[in-house]
Design a protein. Structure first.
Length: 115
């Protein structure tokens, strides 16, 4: 008798379906994704062989998606800043450059134009 096994693709598909359900809400909602992750964690505990080929840390995902703003939570864990703060740090701007700078063909020309 063959044993059922999940694949990453199956997990991704289920997660996308849960995301679609969550996005139907007028307010930001993650309840379907959280419920799906809780079900997967329970399944992994009761039948570990069904997820033996899937190397996803569902506990960390559940922690992230249980937060009020999962994107900010992940950015805070990785970069020590919220998503908005990281975006501000990453925006170094190109407003001060002239059209000549945009037409520079080589790296040396671009660097020279910036100086």
């Amino acid at each position: 008798m063959a044993q059922f096994e999940y694949t990453k693709e199956m997990i991704y598909t289920e997660f996308k379906e849960a995301t679609v359900k969550d996005e139907k809400s007028k307010k930001p909602s993650y309840k379907h994704r959280v419920a799906m992750l809780k079900d997967i964690i329970a399944l992994k505990r009761s039948n570990p062989q069904t997820l033996s080929n899937v190397d996803i840390n569902f506990d960390n995902l559940l922690t992230a998606w249980s937060q009020p703003n999962p994107k900010d939570y992940v950015y805070m864990k990785v970069f020590g800043k919220t998503f908005a703060q990281k975006q501000i740090d990453d925006d170094f701007g190109v407003e001060g450059f002239s059209d000549e700078d945009k037409n520079a063909k080589t790296l040396e020309e671009r660097v020279e134009a910036m100086v």
